[in-house]
Design a protein around this ligand. Structure first.
Ligand code: FES
Length: 337
């Protein structure tokens, strides 16, 4: 990549702040295959631009991390190739990453200054190369652009461009993935007649056939996860020994450790209560009126059927800071214009 030309593209991308990117993602959603539409919204919630910019602007990033109680891997630069493993389009990452790096290095002026249009055009070009439907590449291409904006051209270019998908899962079609998300656990005729406890399957990594745990009707996600005694600490140091795959601390909506994205079965989770809604806004994870949003606190969520979740690699408490920081960023942009 040309280090000389790349920064010009970075400068172009940096004209898009968090609200502008919200608009870009909203306008792209109709062009994204259903298999990745929810995952796209979850990814952009997991890696907010406003937070990344706050760290870029911080005089002392370590002090900021302490202030925001940041835990886990919250920088995209540490997971350029892996942050999007839960998207179906992740399988096209090597080709998409290469195309975006070349695009950023190109001396040619883009045909359009419309970012959403540029993303779609590049997704279409790569789709033809890999002989896939364009709708399967739009999300991962948008993620590549956002990743480049957050990490910069050189680190983006230096990443290996590898993918990680369980071999048995990589052959599944988008339709098979969607069908698996819709499937609920049958309780069997005798189970229903005898009034036995209902049991559901919770999937926490669709790319790994072993990444499931069972849940008994009435349990919260974190309570059921804690019955999975496999080793998760070596995978994510935020996990606690014998507490399962979902990092957990307070179990009372106070710490924000247990947030998850809901890829499938959001309608099978209990409705958000005012405490969870308020706390998710304070943590900075989401601010929505939806009754069953795609971001939840696992310690407050009770499934009534099979659900597929994604566990983010970090947690923090940054809602108030970002809202205050946003006005600071606005001031900087106004005084600089
Ligand atoms: S464990 Fe603290 S908010 Fe859920």
């Amino acid at each position: 990549m040309s280090a000389k030309e790349g920064p010009l593209f970075e400068a172009f991308l940096n004209r898009y702040d968090a609200p502008a990117w919200d608009g870009v993602v909203r306008s792209l959603l109709p062009y994204i295959h259903e298999v990745d539409r929810t995952a796209t919204r979850i990814w952009f919630a997991f890696f907010p631009l406003a937070l990344a910019r706050a760290f870029d602007l911080a005089d002392d990033p370590e002090e900021l991390a302490r202030k925001l109680v940041m835990q886990g891997r919250y920088h995209l630069k540490d997971q350029i190739d892996s942050s999007h493993e839960f998207l179906y389009g992740h399988r096209y990452w090597p080709e998409v990453k290469r195309a975006v790096a070349e695009y950023a290095a190109s001396a040619k002026a883009p045909a359009s200054l419309d970012l959403a249009l540029q993303i779609r055009e590049l997704a279409d070009k790569v789709a033809k190369q890999v002989k896939a439907d364009e709708s399967l590449l739009v999300a991962v291409t948008a993620i590549a652009f956002m990743t480049l904006q957050q990490v910069g051209c050189e680190p983006f270019d230096a990443s290996l461009g590898t993918i990680s998908i369980d071999r048995s899962r990589s052959a599944r079609s988008p339709e098979q993935v969607l069908k698996a998300r819709l499937r609920d656990d049958s309780q069997g005729l005798f189970g229903s007649l005898l009034g036995l406890e209902k049991k559901y399957t919770i999937t926490f990594n669709e790319n790994d056939r072993n990444a499931t745990f069972g849940l008994i009707d009435g349990q919260h996600l974190t309570t059921a996860a804690a019955e999975d005694k496999r080793d998760y600490v070596s995978r994510d140091p935020r996990c606690t020994v014998n507490e399962g795959p979902i990092p957990v601390q307070c179990r009372s909506a106070s710490c924000g450790t247990c947030w998850v994205g809901v890829l499938g079965g959001a309608e099978r989770l209990s409705a958000v209560l005012p405490l969870e809604r308020r706390r998710m806004k304070e943590f900075g994870y989401t601010d929505t009126d939806e009754e069953r949003p795609l971001i939840r606190l696992a310690c407050q969520s009770q499934p009534s059927g099979a659900v597929s979740i994604v566990i983010p690699p970090w947690n923090g408490v940054f809602g108030r800071f970002i809202r205050g920081e946003k006005s600071r960023l606005d001031e900087i942009e106004i005084s600089g214009s």
